[in-house]
Design a protein around this ligand. Sequence first.
Ligand code: CTP
Ligand code: MN
Ligand code: MN
Ligand code: MN
Length: 404
Amino acid sequence: QISEAEVALFSVSSYACQRRTTLDNHNSNLTDALSLLAENAELSNEDGRGVAFRRAAALLKALPTQVISISQTRGLPCLGEHSLRVIKDVLENGVSSEVESTKQSKRYKALKILTGIFGVGAKTADRWIREGIYNLEQLRDSGQTLNRAQKAGLEHYDDLNEPVTKAEADAIGEIVQKAVNSVLPGSEVALTGGFRRGKLTGHDVDFLITHPEEGKEVGLMPKVVAWLESQGFLLYQKTTRNSYLESKDGPARPASNMDRFERCFSIFKLTKRKEQESTQPEEQNDLKTEDILRPHMQADTDQQLCELSKNYQMEAASHKIWRAVRVDLVVSPISQFAFAVLGWTGSKLFERELRRWAGHEKNMSLSSHALFDNTQNKYLRATSEEEIFAYLGLEYIPPSERNA
Ligand code: CTP
Ligand code: MN
Ligand code: MN
Ligand code: MN
């Protein structure tokens, strides 16, 4: 038993943008549980509940030590009644019964599988489930009309659900740099998203592109995409043009949190490097076609043949020399670059909290394009993230500590 005196009382801000959240999470048992419930809420279009669970999880990620007793949560912000119940359950029983039953539920499993398809969101998945579609096989058999993104998503399902490594992110970075330099020398590429925060894996790779001379970046994306396409690097791409209107005295005030940069959602075809090809020993990796095919000749029954065919397909897949990787490209004019870098570095919750802080505490509106001071009725220009934090009256938090 732990005495009151032994219980450390933490004092932390209720704003994630006032906390330093590294990847060194001392409470992953609790944050995994809360994150799963957040995800389930988001997939069920219960955004309010989703944010509440995300904020609770983020608070626990920022604590300097492991919480082992519910009494340690006393006085902590961001922990609602529901989150506390989940925390208590995990602390007392090792698992949360709500998390376990969610994981087992047919609906959650189906939502996970279906939204695992690039191009499929919660709404589409929900519609399909109501039509009795719970997995990829049922989806394929259903004859549902898929859009171009969803077709690509289904085709590259396994690759896109395999985490992207830092080495792969760097390899793609080199390709993007080369593309950008080829079509507009002097352009700059910045790695953003989770990899900029120091994550070792990600679900995609995010890049921000700009040019030091304002205006030079106009029309850059289609050229970059055309170059990548001509070199065979793209399996899929959808480019959206810039819809951010510049007015006389500065950029128009953003209507929503969604930014309006010229962007490209893509799927890269990344050739595997030697050391990335396989983790298997060399001799196993060197299987010849005859070795794979030979057993087929010896199959006596259909069932055996089916087994062998499956093995063959697995062998073929493991010998694939390339893989599909999701890549997000965004082009920003240099005048908005600092805001774009800040907005695209994440985490998503950190961004949400920055905007909440700006609005509620500073009467300012922050977007990935600009910072508007509602009191002074003017835009605040910045050329670095540090300046933006300073305008907001916040201590500067480096990317590696924005993992809320
Ligand atoms: N973002 C955005 N608008 C979008 C999509 C993403 O502004 N339509 C921002 C998010 O707010 C986030 C950043 O882009 O700050 C990266 O988003 P994402 O790639 O989804 O998440 P990561 O943090 O990079 O995590 P992961 O490793 O899963 O990719
Ligand atoms: Mn620590
Ligand atoms: Mn990302
Ligand atoms: Mn992304």
